[in-house]
Design a protein around this ligand. Structure first.
Ligand code: ADP
Ligand code: MG
Length: 681
């Protein structure tokens, strides 16, 4: 890199490790926090958890060897005493920290065994009066072996060297009340003594606002650009023939809800256009996305274009297959089934049907986009539970559908039962149009949720017995065991055995991820037919299983599960007319996060509300799932806190792309220069 300072090779490697390659990367390497060495706090005024600078005299110092070598001191000022503990101490430091020495210490205040303490604080000897610092000390994100002072040195060089011209015009800055870019960066690296410190620490300072805004704008620009680019591609026009769709609606045992009608209309209109649809269909578990997908599929089929429907698991794909086969049979359409686990012969037969255009609808897992599959004339791709697929996988499927003669790209409908909070949709999904089914079909009784300590599991098995005696059915979900699938399986088998003991009069089945598909399908079919009353399951049933007669679900170790997962699982009951219940068994002690999660799931059944809370508890990363691998993540802006800023950035992005593409390009260049860009493919 073109620094005026030569960087030693070893340091350069470390820089690279934390993404510091171009000089501009150093400019944007902003402090995660600041230490306040501008004032001295009295010991009596210290608060637990606070990072503070104190000063006083060492009145006690002793080396202790247990549990390992450390130096324990007591520091006294005119208001109180605090313990200091130093680990891995050098002999020279031992001397500096001897009894009677005056020192200045900076560290985090903790509640120790004998009172207040600081563990391995930063320290200065202060026999002569050291000046207090005039500005806050920035603390940068770093990596092992890279010191704050080294980082700071090169950041200061970069700040001098890089031309920090503003990508935003004066008129925009004054209109949006944004600070200069250059002065914002300067302030964040070297805050002057009179800056509002708490605003800097809480990232609400105008300098932070400018950086966050620029980041959000860059993200919006990049997402919207991809969106527009795809608008320029061509897709087959799929007219509304009203042949098959009308027929299906006539034979359905139910009427579409208002919400289903609304999203279907949005999709219908997209399919009529000459560019590929790129729409995300969101709807809570059980809101009835499948029928909307079926209607969209029929619109493609009516125009003699094939449809591919892809789901992330075999169970889910198979549910779709069974459902659609049943719905479409009267229309003379029989879908083809393709997954990795098919026997070679069946697989080849399916692939041939797809290639020759003998089938109009292919349903399956990611096997649908393996190399040996080619479509004859693909008009529409439907991806269920899209967040479980990476961006690249979806791109692969789109490439597959591309017609080499016409250059037509298929339309794309993504579906998700994990509701996406508005700000998340606005940022990470800004390259898609979004439709929401915001209403459940009528006749559902809301699921009652109970939180029960697992010590009372006896009562819970009794509930299961009662439900099954009333000819209802139940799920018993075994705990998630992250470390080991084998362990998870073992737990499931043991749980089943225990339940068979306690409930000898019930027929109990077991389904888990290691069953082969024929076995899995057999168990599911038996459960659906009511031959199995109680289904013991691992979390494989999380998505898509639809057995309306099941009205009770027990989830073991609910405290280990994420909110989205709990919500998904709970959505398996409450699908019929009977009053349903979901029992969340938990084991104490509960972590704070687990407690917060259980509270949310207990209090709300609204998927959007739950997702919003989830994002607040865990940040957006987890909710994004596989998608994040392909999308630039936000480093500075926070979707929970900066929603208003995001709104403004979105508006400006659209405006710039339309009226001022040079500014858009310049801004993107600055922020996205060396970021991976999968969406670009
Ligand atoms: P999801 O959105 O979770 O995929 P499904 O499409 O599986 O939901 O629908 C859940 C259940 O509701 C299915 O049994 C489906 O047949 C039924 N269903 C869908 N739409 C309606 C409706 N408008 N009225 C009544 N039942 C419906
Ligand atoms: Mg579904």
């Amino acid at each position: 890199m073109a620094h005026t300072l030569k960087i030693p090779a070893a340091t350069e490697l470390k820089f690279k490790k934390i993404g510091l390659i171009q000089p501009f990367d150093f400019v944007l390497h902003l402090p995660i926090r600041y230490e306040d060495e501008t004032k001295i706090i009295k010991i009596a005024e210290l608060e637990i958890g606070q990072t503070a600078q104190i000063e006083g005299e060492i009145i006690f110092a002793e080396i202790s060897f247990r549990p390992r070598k450390s130096l324990i001191c007591q520091l006294k000022d005119e208001t109180g005493i605090i313990f200091l503990r130093f680990l891995n101490i050098y002999p020279s430091q031992e001397k500096q920290l001897g009894r009677g020495k005056k020192v200045r210490i900076l560290g985090e205040v903790r509640e120790g065994y004998y009172g207040l303490e600081m563990i391995h604080p930063k320290c200065h000897i202060s026999n002569e009066n050291i000046q207090l610092k005039q500005s806050l000390t920035p603390i940068y994100p770093t990596t092992a072996g890279l010191s704050q002072s080294t980082l700071r040195k090169y950041i200061l060089v970069a700040l001098k060297q890089v031309k920090l011209n503003d990508t935003l015009k004066e008129s925009i800055k004054s209109q949006l009340k944004l600070e200069d870019f250059a002065s914002s960066v300067e302030t964040l690296h070297n805050p002057k003594p009179d800056e509002n410190r708490s605003a800097l620490l809480e990232r609400s300072h105008p300098a932070w606002k400018r950086i966050k805004f620029d980041e959000l704008l860059a993200q919006q620009l990049s997402m919207r650009k991809h969106y527009q680019k795809r608008q320029n591609k061509t897709a087959p026009v799929l007219l509304e023939m009203k042949l098959l769709t009308e027929k299906l609606l006539k034979i359905l045992p139910f009427e579409l809800t208002e919400a289903q009608r609304k999203v279907w209309k949005e999709i219908k209109n997209d399919l009529l256009k000459t560019h590929p649809m790129q729409r995300l269909l969101q709807g809570d578990v059980g809101s009835g996305k499948t029928i909307v997908a079926a209607l969209a599929a029929l619109q493609s089929i009516e125009n003699s274009y094939q449809v591919a429907l892809m789901a992330p698991t075999e169970i889910l794909a198979e549910q779709h297959y069974i459902k659609l086969r049943e719905w479409l049979k009267p229309l003379g359409i029989s879908p083809v089934w393709l997954t990795g686990s098919l026997k070679k012969k069946e697989k080849n037969a399916a692939i041939e049907q797809i290639a020759l255009g003998k089938t109009q609808l292919a349903i399956g897992t990611h096997a649908l986009f393996q190399a040996s599959v080619t479509f004859n004339k693909l008009g529409l791709i439907i991806v269920d539970e899209q967040h479980k697929f990476g961006v690249q996988q979806r791109l692969a499927l789109r490439e597959k559908g591309k017609d080499t003669d016409t250059q037509f790209e298929p339309h794309q409908l993504m579906m998700s039962a994990t509701p996406i909070p508005r700000t998340l949709a606005m940022s990470y999904y800004a390259d898609l149009d979004v439709s929401v089914i915001d209403q459940l079909p009528p006749g559902r009784t809301p699921v009652i949720t109970k939180l029960i300590n697992e010590k009372r599991r006896q009562e819970v098995t009794e509930k299961v017995r009662q439900a099954c005696l009333k000819k209802q059915q139940a799920y018993w979900v075994c705990p998630l065991i992250d470390e080991s699938e084998t362990l998870q399986l073992q737990t499931a088998i043991e749980t089943r055995a225990a339940l068979e003991n306690q409930l000898p009069e019930l027929s109990i089945g077991l389904v888990h991820g290691k069953l082969d598909n024929a076995e899995k399908a057999k168990v599911m079919a038996e459960f659906k037919a009511g031959q199995i009353q109680l289904l013991v399951a691992t979390t494989v049933i999380e998505v898509g299983v639809d057995v309306p007669n099941a009205s009770l679900m027990v989830i073991e170790h609910a405290e280990r599960m994420g909110l989205a997962q709990l919500h998904q699982l709970r959505g398996r009951v409450g699908r019929g007319a009977a009053e349903s219940m979901c029992v969340l068994l938990f084991q104490q002690p509960l972590s704070q996060l687990a407690r917060a999660r259980l509270k949310v799931i207990y209090e709300s059944t609204d998927g959007f509300e739950i997702a919003q809370q989830d994002m607040q508890l865990r940040g957006p990363g987890e909710l994004l799932g596989a998608r994040q691998s392909g999308v630039p993540m936000l480093r500075f802006a926070d979707l929970n806190e900066d929603a208003a800023l995001l709104e403004v950035a979105q508006k400006l992005a659209d405006e710039l792309l339309k009226n001022d593409p040079e500014t858009a390009t310049a801004h993107l260049q600055r922020w996205m220069a060396n970021k991976p860009d999968f969406l670009n493919a």
